[in-house]
Design a protein around this ligand. Structure first.
Ligand code: SF4
Ligand code: SF4
Length: 407
């Protein structure tokens, strides 16, 4: 029996590939290696071989799947609409389920329990904040040096869970905000911008207590049961809201696809909005102002889970223009920056090559201010660009401009 879990890639998903190869030029790992097994088509063929019982789920299969960034650039160009991201999550779930129990437990603990628990994450954050202050990032082993991409962390991390913000007039609807895992502890200014812009745009804003981490990192790493548990909790927590808002592109993309994980998830996914979508919509509707100032140029980086997974490109630019910035493009095809969740830790060399490429694109574009709507991309950019550049979320920049303007 080649597959052992209900999450495995399905025959229909794999048969959809017509092996045309149109996805090859947009795949970062294929471009780096020229190797068919590092391409979307090759990975789908490897999954099909296992599904047909021709190959086992072994180390080679794990290597082929593990090298994928899950950036989903291949989905955008695929004429057969192969749901590559879903199939890859299924393949990763199979690999995790068929690993020796000890290895499985350690990985599941990291992505399921640490990220899934606010208390654990607070302890990790406080420890990392101390490490930042005594500047040990330079002596840490390889992948952990990525700490230098973090924002300055608080010694006493706070959380927005439980917050309620009321609009000045009658509400136009009830909005729930996903607190997330690292977003909640490490990106407080982005959360503050999100809460306040939704409130000022007319929403009654709540951050429900019962919610969990979105589960994207668990799903991407094959910790399927942990991802499913989080999906079940979020389904209960976000029931009854008109809109559910996530301010990390990776979280929004995962919540929109929750139908893959839990019955009822599709209905919830239909109510999910990336914060860039909802804020741009509030600006378009005249509920948030367009500011008249000229704040200069900003380079726009498109996170894969915004551009490829959610197909969102206009909205961050619209928000930046409304704030008074002039957006500058850095990359016509939206190649992955190499962060890719925990990929930057598991595959530091490949992640580094892609990060350096992205940093070169930013430098060539000119501005020292970069807008990015995903925490992993932000960390990757900061880590490769250094202190002369500022990287911030588009809604954070808009909220700052709005406060400065006094509108
Ligand atoms: S573009 Fe789609 S159909 Fe063509 S090889 Fe890639 S995955 Fe298969
Ligand atoms: S998700 Fe990204 S890295 Fe993986 S096969 Fe598709 S394009 Fe390549």
């Amino acid at each position: 029996m080649p597959w052992v879990t209900p999450y495995a890639p399905t025959r229909a998903e794999l048969d959809a590939c017509i092996t045309c190869g149109l996805c090859l030029p947009v795949c970062p790992t294929f471009r780096l290696t020229g190797d068919e097994t590092a391409s979307p088509r090759g990975r789908l063929a490897a999954m099909a071989a296992v599904g047909e019982g021709l190959e086992p789920v072994d180390e080679t299969f794990e290597e082929i799947m593990g090298f994928c960034l899950q950036c989903r650039a291949c989905e955008v160009v695929c004429p057969s609409m192969v749901p590559f991201g879903r199939a890859m999550e299924g393949a990763r779930a199979e690999i995790a389920a068929q690993r020796p129990r000890a290895a499985r437990t350690v990985r599941e603990f990291a992505v399921g329990k640490v990220l899934g628990s606010r208390a654990s994450l607070k302890a990790v954050t406080a420890g990392a904040a101390v490490a930042q202050r005594i500047r040990i990032d330079g002596i840490l082993p390889g992948p952990l040096r990525r700490m230098k991409g973090l924002r300055a962390l608080p010694l006493r991390p706070s959380s927005i869970v439980g917050e309620v913000r009321r609009p000045d007039g009658p509400p136009i609807g009830r909005a729930a905000v996903l607190a997330g895992c690292v977003m909640d502890q490490w990106f407080a200014p982005v959360h503050e911008a999100t809460l306040e812009l939704l409130r000022r745009g007319g929403y009654l804003v709540e951050v429900p207590e019962q919610q969990a981490c979105c589960g994207a990192l668990a799903a991407h790493d094959g910790a399927a049961d942990a991802a499913r548990d989080m999906a079940v909790r979020n389904l209960a927590a976000f029931g009854g809201y008109d809109v559910v808002v996530a301010d990390a592109a990776g979280c929004a993309a995962h919540l929109k696809d929750l139908g893959h994980w839990v019955d009822g998830g599709e209905e919830l996914g239909g109510r999910v909005k990336d914060v860039t979508e909802i804020v741009a919509g509030l600006i378009d509707a005249g509920r948030l102002p367009e500011l008249a100032g000229d704040l200069g140029e900003v380079a726009v980086q498109d996170p894969c889970h915004l551009r490829h997974a959610q197909r969102i490109m206009r909205e961050p630019r619209r928000i930046l223009e409304a704030a008074g910035y002039r957006p500058v493009e850095i990359d016509p095809v939206g190649m992955c920056c190499g962060a890719a969740g925990i990929y930057m830790v598991l595959h530091p060399e490949t992640s580094n090559v892609l990060g350096l490429q992205k940093a070169d694109q930013v430098r060539a574009a000119g501005p020292s201010l970069v807008a990015s709507a995903n925490p992993g991309c932000e960390m990757q950019l900061r880590s490769h660009l250094g202190g002369d550049f500022r990287i911030a979320h588009p809604v954070e920049l808009y909220w700052e401009a709005l406060r400065t303007d006094g509108s």
